[in-house]
Ligand binder design. Structure first.
Ligand code: PLP
Length: 364
């Protein structure tokens, strides 16, 4: 059997008719920049996650930058985040010359450990960026309580979690600003780079709208130093075709995850989702010993796997100037040696999922 990790080609075939019509319409109108599709999509995204403002932008990375720029994060400000994430979460903090401060994660969810946050707060701390890793929101009540007590802003990095819920509301409603990514392999992916920023705050929304278009408040009048961070109309056309099916896709992902857990739960350390929240299963990530051997064996059986992430952020070369040390975030460091993501997408049938499980159990 030959298995596709994210199944993007199959996905396109499923939605091809609608996507082609939508994209052709943009080409016919040639309204490539902030065309009507962008506005239409933003309204539908806001409705989907039940947030007042959904503002699309050029990527999940730029969404984080725009959120921090809305808070006016300055050089030397400290921003607390997790060391167990994609580089963009911390890179954007450093890009603004602020200082990423890494707080270790929980053993079972891989998300930032709220009990360790307060010890990392200093007079320079301005914000906390929890990440909803693999699609599951972090402990938002605890994090919001700490932020309120210390007057800090929260940005929820929901690049992997669009549509997930925490105590009945989407994680895009949490924090002062939430972000997501529409990178193709993300749960709601477009066919290029893209992202969005969500907020219920009118002031932040207005500023982000300007910031993504070079800080301009009217044509060639620039109120802020901004960036070229708009979302393409063609990509909006792709997502307009996909969004109506997204709830169903989440259900399918839940089914794949459910079958993995049912088949593997007795044999390996399967992912845990806390009872008061849902995951959109951007990844189905196990903890295993002998990861390299298992990956090789699965590859030989036609099962692609991935490691999210093999090195925690505090130990990355680009952050050497922060003088972080091995042993500083032991839970994340251990996780980086053990995690293994299995094929996961909304189009994976039971036969494929069962085959992956059989191969894995065979190795163990
Ligand atoms: C947690 C997290 N944050 C940010 C990003 C950046 O998103 P993008 O690739 O759209 O820039 C990603 C993408 O992988 C991510 O996983």
């Amino acid at each position: 059997m030959k298995i596709d990790f994210a199944n993007l080609q199959y996905q396109y075939q499923v939605y091809k008719v609608d996507i082609d019509v939508n994209v052709q319409s943009v080409l016919d109108k040639s309204n490539y920049i902030l065309g009507e599709e962008v506005n239409k999509l933003e309204n539908q995204l806001a409705e989907f996650v039940q947030v007042k403002h959904a503002l699309t932008c050029s990527s999940g990375t730029d969404a984080l930058l725009l959120a921090m720029m809305a808070f006016n994060i300055q050089p030397g400000d400290e921003v607390i985040t997790t060391p167990f994430s994609f580089i963009a979460t911390a890179e954007t903090i450093a890009f603004l010359q602020a200082i990423p401060v890494f707080v270790d994660i929980e053993e079972d969810t891989f998300n930032i450990d709220p009990h360790k946050i307060e010890a990392a707060i200093t007079k320079k701390t301005k914000a906390i960026i929890p990440v909803s890793l693999y699609g599951q929101p972090a402990d938002m009540d605890e994090i919001e309580g700490i932020a309120k007590k210390h007057n800090l802003k929260i940005i929820v990095d929901g690049a992997q979690s669009f549509g997930s819920t925490y105590k009945g509301v989407t994680d895009s409603c949490k924090g002062d600003i939430a972000t997501t990514s529409f990178f193709p392999a993300k749960p709601l992916g477009c066919y290029g780079d893209g992202g969005a920023v969500f907020t219920n705050n009118d002031r932040y929304a207005e500023k982000i709208k300007m910031m993504r278009a070079h800080g301009q408040n009217e044509r060639y009048r620039h109120k802020y130093i901004g960036m070229g961070g708009r979302f393409d109309t063609i990509q909006a056309a792709v997502l307009l075709a996909k969004l109506p099916h997204y709830k169903n896709e989440i259900k399918n992902r839940e089914c794949v995850a459910g079958l993995y857990t049912q088949s593997l739960g007795d044999a390996v350390n399967v992912p845990k989702v806390k009872l008061d929240r849902t995951s959109v299963w951007a990844q189905y990530t196990l903890r295993v010993n002998c990861r390299d051997q298992l990956q090789n064996k699965l590859r030989e059986s036609g099962v692609p796997t991935a490691v999210h992430y093999p090195m925690p952020l505090h130990l990355q070369e680009c952050f050497r100037y922060l003088d972080c040390e091995e042993g500083q975030c032991p839970v994340a460091e251990k996780a980086s040696k053990e995690v293994l993501s299995l094929p996961m997408n909304a189009f994976q049938n039971e036969e494929v999922t069962q085959y992956v499980c059989d191969q894995l159990i065979d190795f163990l």
